[in-house]
Design a protein around this ligand. Structure first.
Ligand SMILES: [Zn+2]
Length: 93
């Protein structure tokens, strides 16, 4: 289950040739999911998640659970959805 998207701001400092310190910010986005197999909340870096998967139309399984076992548990119908999802991302790339 998709819960929310969060942003964390990282501050960096870089010293210029003249010895002046420049501050700059980097914003990182992360997606929070709840595992549909064990109900544990987990975080994935936004860059590692296909935007289409950040919704509740697909299930999410955390790294400590086996997504294949989970797919078998919820049945063939959902596996078909997952395959569709995978092929649609292939087209985008
Ligand atoms: Zn899990």
């Amino acid at each position: 289950m998709f819960i929310k998207e969060t942003h964390t701001i990282h501050l960096h400092q870089r010293e210029s040739k003249l010895g002046k310190v420049h501050n700059f910010k980097r914003r990182r986005s992360a997606y929070h999911f709840r595992c549909d197999a064990c109900n544990k909340e987990f975080v994935r870096d936004k860059s590692k998640v296909t935007p289409a998967r950040a919704s509740n139309s697909v299930h999410h399984v955390c790294s400590s659970c086996d997504p294949k076992k989970f797919a078998q548990k919820i049945g063939v119908k959902m596996r078909k959805v997952w395959q569709m999802d995978a092929s649609s991302t292939e087209v985008k790339l």
